[in-house]
Design a protein around this ligand. Structure first.
Ligand SMILES: *Cc1c(COP(=O)(O)O)cnc(C)c1O
Length: 389
């Protein structure tokens, strides 16, 4: 079966929410994937910042296989060993008293956090323009893009929008009626947009002053992506709510809402639930991801390779700016050619994402090696030459 044949079958049976697939992938190993026509790609997107250890990593294969052959699904009427271990590990990484609610995705982690904010007795949430927090109705109410929201209104209300990165606007928007301020430490879907250095510190100070929760969506930035376990550590703040997903399970579906300090007891029995969330197999995978990041010193590696990518691309004539931290790399183009670059990169054997008309997003596996990064830079520069010509 060729890619074209699979694509036709896909379009006959799968709901058309994503548009036509770029190709049909049949296999992955390390930082490479192959499509049904046998083409090989260097995967600089990693399932959108998900495959932290690349594809078919032995540590994840072993953890999932041994867990599934020991105990698979149980429901949350029962606790399991990997679930308890993962919750403890996340609390340890956060470094403060905290409680974890496990989900299957980023949007569900945000739904859980949204429900936590409602238990403060206040309802107003202050959110940044350009934000992406997910597609379920609650998370969608907190997601900025009008085109995503408009067809589904009315959505849960009492949301106040502020420009991202504008500390003064944030301070002006927060008062004693605000339940929470929600921001991404670096905006991912918006194309790797980094706020000014003091932004999270101002967000922390203003929420503390008004008794509101600081909720950081680290679904994309978390779990080592920026060279720290959590991007907020690089700003010296501690949030009340932290949402995680994407890289957490290294490809297995899992998310987490981590509530720090007093926020950890706002949800009480009956307030929330999930059938699959925190299942033994996904939590075992996440434990393997964390152990591998620790064991192989990947946080420092992420910083080194991220700098190598940014340095290698910054001086290309089509590139206005390189953004982000660690292996969350944005490439801002002088012209709105990101879609053309994405297509040409694919033809040249590179998978990356055109996040906006003029922004590329590169979020490769955290295990991308120096020589693979060098190959990525050389290939992408040639693609940028070709598209500029
Ligand atoms: C991807 C993403 C989400 C949504 O996660 P899903 O697993 O797709 O539901 C939420 N917030 C941020 C910051 C994301 O990048």
């Amino acid at each position: 079966m060729t890619t074209a044949e699979w694509t036709e079958r896909y379009q006959g049976a799968v709901m058309n929410t994503f548009g036509p697939p770029q190709t049909v992938l049949v296999r992955g190993e390390g930082v490479h994937v192959w499509d049904a026509d046998g083409n090989q790609y260097l995967d600089l997107l990693a399932g959108i910042a998900v495959n932290a250890l690349g594809h078919a990593h032995p540590a994840i294969v072993e953890a999932v296989t041994s867990q599934l052959t020991t105990l698979g699904h149980t429901s949350n009427f029962f606790a399991t060993e990997p679930q308890v271990r993962l919750a403890e590990k996340l609390v340890q990484l956060v470094g403060h008293d905290a409680r974890v609610f496990f989900t299957n995705s980023g949007t569900e982690a945000n739904e859980a956090a949204f429900k936590v904010t409602r238990r403060t007795g206040r309802t107003r949430v202050v959110v940044a323009e350009g934000s992406f927090h997910g597609r379920t109705m609650g998370a969608l109410a907190l997601t900025s893009k009008e085109a995503y929201r408009a067809p589904f209104e009315p959505l849960p209300g009492d949301v106040t929008w502020v420009p991202y990165g504008d500390a003064a606007a944030l301070e002006a928007a927060v008062d004693d009626t605000v339940a929470a301020v929600l921001v991404e430490p670096i905006q991912g879907e918006a194309g790797v947009v980094v706020p000014p250095d003091d932004y999270l510190r101002v967000a922390r100070a203003v929420t503390t002053r008004h008794g509101a929760l600081l909720w950081l969506d680290e679904v994309q930035t978390g779990m080592g992506r920026t060279g720290a376990w959590f991007a907020y550590e690089q700003s010296g703040v501690v949030p009340d709510l932290l949402t995680l997903a994407k890289g957490l399970g290294g490809g297995l579906p899992i998310g987490a809402c981590v509530a720090i300090g007093d926020a950890g007891t706002l949800l009480q029995p009956g307030n929330h639930g999930t059938t699959f969330g925190g299942n033994a197999v996904s939590t075992a995978a996440a434990l393997a991801v964390i152990a591998t990041i620790e064991g192989e010193g990947l946080l420092d590696h992420v910083t080194t390779i991220g700098d190598q990518l940014r340095r290698g691309l910054a001086d290309h004539p089509l590139v206005a700016e390189v953004t982000g931290r660690g292996l969350m790399v944005g490439v801002v183009l002088h012209q709105p050619l990101a879609a053309e670059v994405q297509k040409a990169a694919m033809a040249a054997g590179l998978i990356l994402n055109n996040a906006t008309p003029d922004r590329l997003r590169i979020v490769p596996p955290l295990v991308l090696s120096e020589s693979e990064a060098a190959h990525a830079v050389t290939t992408l520069r040639a693609v940028l030459d070709e598209v500029s010509a």
